[in-house]
Design a protein around this ligand. Sequence first.
Ligand SMILES: [Fe+2]
Length: 240
Amino acid sequence: MNTLLKQEMSNYTSTDLEVWEILFNRQIGNLQSKGSVHYLDALNKMSDVLNASEVPDFSKLNDFFSQNTGWEIAVVPGLIPVEDFFDLLANKKFCSSTWLRTKENLDYLEEPDMFHDIFGHIPLLGNPIFSAFAHEFGKIGKSMKHNELALVQLQRLYWFTIEFGVIRECDIKSYGAGIMSSFGETNRIANKECEFLPFDIEMILNKEFWTDRLQEEYVVIESLDDLFNCLPKAAKLIGV
Ligand SMILES: [Fe+2]
């Protein structure tokens, strides 16, 4: 795949900055009581490079990670083939787009934009346990790239954890990027307008999901350790 894509900071307009600021401030306020403490701590630690007052500069985020968990942001044009995605993840490269939604469409997106990719996904990669999970998950995916069923099952694991996972803290709190970057979905979960299922790796690997509507069921982990600790069993079940 083309690995030469680059973020051009000079392409962002004052309207982009305004949109970023609105989204960031609205959601950071919303998450204080609804987001996992692990996510909020991780975001706080990177506040010099990820905040409301500037469009995130990937080179600054990469500098931050080079002193921490070692991730790097790979610029992608949009959704990419799953094999390429796992190759990148196995090399501690996390994909992000560089475009931002418009002011008229703050809450509706057909494809993930930079607010989803960066605000939603990036902070927890600074948490050592979550980082180890994401990296190991990528390595398993890379090793199974010719096994179609295994890739589908791993996408389910990704979906119910990294994308739409929730965690039991004093109450159910959100940590998945699809929730963290969505004002409405964060509130829906906090209001418990959905079902919560206990974390069970075998169930997840066999559970279908849909991408064209809100989730009806979310899987609850008891701690971030559940994620890393499920991987040996996941690997065995998919046939690594
Ligand atoms: Fe995502």
